[in-house]
Design a protein around this ligand. Sequence first.
Ligand code: UD1
Length: 368
Amino acid sequence: MKVINIVGARPNFMKVAPIVEAMKRRTSEFAPLLVHTGQHYDPQMSDTFFRDLALPKPDVHLEVGSASHAVQTAAVMQRFEPVVLSEKPEWVLVVGDVNSTLACALVCVKLGIKVAHVEAGLRSRDRTMPEEINRLLTDQIADLLFTPSRDADANLLGEGISPGRISFVGNVMIDSLLNNLKRAEASAIRKKLKVVGGEYVVVTLHRPSNVDNQETLGRILDAITEIAERLPVIFPVHPRTREKLKEFGYETELLRFGNLRIVDPLGYLDFLRLFSGACLVLTDSGGIQEETTALSIPCLTLRENTERPITVELGTNKVVGTSTDRIIDAALAVLNGGSGALRKQPPPLWDGRTSDRILDALKGFSPP
Ligand code: UD1
């Protein structure tokens, strides 16, 4: 079975790596190809992840780069269509909710090529998020929808999608996490940043709704600098956020806080080593809400909603919004020993075996 696997942006690499690895292991059944759209292109947003996750070199690189949503989505479509026409795959597999996900799915549905969407059915109900639009539309047009949790099944059924198109397989990102936990122990990142396990906080921020707005970003930074009075805070900064910190004049101001360490984006293994030793993570990332739940690290989500409610119901996540006081109160509750109140239970099928379930379902699929 010839399958084109799509990666485009940073959160795609750790989802596709275990799937491609499983396909390469099952060579008598699968012939995988890897296409990189080039949505993310900086070495620390892309190449490092190929290395850390042992992803093979892409068979095709579309080199679309950054642009407005419309231009980026259109560029992926224009450049991907000839690849599909010449390769004639049986399936195209897209993951997550980035612009590349929707663009490639849209190309395939118009050409009558079957599309499978991994991480289907997640909904924040916030249509101002570009990812929510990408999720809704990709799920409407894909043939086979692989869900990470039962709430996602319910969302899809509620949108009128036939049960025969939905397959609950668990969370493929946790395959990568569990495969790499041991390898990450060799990372020297804690030493390099001079932090000791259990005695520091990690922050990540990149959502446009948080970083593109000066007032919201200012409120979050006020909370972070307050937390840094208590413990070292490590803040690996996404390129979008770096630009905004500069533009709003926050960058030099933050340098005054010795306990707040602003560093470049980290590779997969370094970041895994770093956050797995944190006593608290503050983030607006979707993936990190899941990874902290899998490892029972307390997580505060700096958003008003989450498309991953299971991390709140069963995991260690708390959605706290972006008010300075709420963030500080929630952080202090954890740092003062309140984290015991956070329930810790890995959600069903977050067991490291999702990629094989995906491959089995691809093989067994017959259209409803
Ligand atoms: C994208 C995804 C988002 C995902 C995030 C993870 C969409 C709509 N958004 O957001 O869902 O959570 O990736 O990182 O698909 N830039 C660089 N180097 C790069 C890539 C980007 O400097 O390698 C800068 C550019 O200035 C660019 C900006 O970051 O304009 C934003 O990049 P973009 O890919 O448009 O969106 P992200 O915010 O990264």
